[in-house]
Design a protein around this ligand. Structure first.
Ligand SMILES: [Zn+2]
Length: 255
């Protein structure tokens, strides 16, 4: 594992002081590659914290451009980014926060034909996308390769975050929690709205869960529901569904 430079020891000194990270933990973060799918409302806080925390390599995937309506919640972007590719703009912002990490911006739409290439080398993947097609695709990729996945969603005033530790072959998957149906095109931030800081909570939780998984403070899979009005959260352990079409399809290994 890579040693820390003098500058890194200063930058991460507040991590080095706590026993749950320490020098060994910080080196682990430095040697880790995280892929973040979606640099929007969830991806913004997640990327900020992963970069600040010293994740050594960050790949971010987003094919959108920055629009005025994004600025209500996608805190990576400023007025002068409007019209720019999100992946490029986001990479510049997080590189200016931490110039000691490697950032790979990919301005592409993730699909079945390119997922092997774009998600390659990930130690853990954060699904910060806003649609079910991408969520199932990332789930299948992680499941087939035993890569831990942290997925989240937020609509209106309600947020959800879930982690799947596919290093355990008995782990449930996203499809076990949300079986595919024909009605899943329905709600997203564009048509149902979302309370701005709720994205900050959920995206930050994703980065925290990812770091806890990396540092060995978190094992197994769980589901957290967060209410943006009462600030209450409920945690559920989730079980593998023996009927799950995602878990039971051996074709997914091609992805
Ligand atoms: Zn499943």
């Amino acid at each position: 594992m890579s040693a820390l430079s003098d500058k890194e020891q200063i930058r991460y000194s507040r991590h080095l002081l706590i026993k749950e990270v320490g020098l060994a933990g910080q080196k682990k973060l430095k040697s880790t590659h995280i892929v973040v799918v979606g640099a929007g409302g969830l991806g913004s806080p997640a990327l900020f914290y992963l970069a600040a925390a010293g994740i050594g390599t960050l790949t971010l995937i987003d094919d959108d451009k920055v629009e005025l309506s994004n600025l209500q919640r996608q805190i990576l972007y400023k007025v002068n980014h409007m019209g720019q590719a999100k992946a490029q703009a986001a990479a510049k912002v997080i590189s200016s926060l931490n110039n000691q990490i490697k950032v790979n911006p990919l301005c592409q739409k993730l699909d079945e034909t390119n997922c092997s290439e774009l998600l390659k080398g990930a130690d853990i993947i954060l699904d910060c996308s806003d649609n079910f097609t991408t969520r199932y695709l990332v789930n299948r990729y992680c499941l087939a390769r035993s890569i831990p996945l942290v997925s989240a969603a937020a609509i209106a005033t309600q947020g959800q975050v879930m982690s799947f530790d596919f290093r355990d072959e008995n782990s449930p998957c996203y499809g076990c929690v949300f079986p595919q149906t024909d009605e899943q095109t329905a709600l997203n931030c564009d048509n149902a709205g979302v309370l701005s800081p709720l994205l900050g909570v959920m995206g930050s939780m994703q980065s925290l869960l990812a770091i806890n998984i990396l540092l060995g403070h978190k094992a197994g899979s769980e589901f957290i529901q967060f209410d943006g009005l009462t600030l209450q959260q409920q945690r559920f352990s989730i079980q593998k569904d023996s009927e799950c079409s995602e878990c039971n399809n051996s074709l997914w290994t091609r992805c």
